[in-house]
Design a binder for this molecule. Sequence first.
Ligand SMILES: [Zn+2]
Length: 69
Amino acid sequence: MSDVADRAEWRIAKDIELAMAHARKTPQLEADGHCHYCDDDVAHRKLFCNIDCRDDYQREQEAKRRAGC
Ligand SMILES: [Zn+2]
């Protein structure tokens, strides 16, 4: 039975490893009180002032990533 437990532990370790690798690849945005796209003041802990800015930002990042390839 310990075999199953070992495998579960390995699976969890693998999941954490993958999550960490993904987190490293994705730049983490810090909420600094300003919209990351248009630099407007935003509410505490918000990254963007609205969905449009968020979408535009993501599109910009996507374009940059493609250009970098
Ligand atoms: Zn904005």
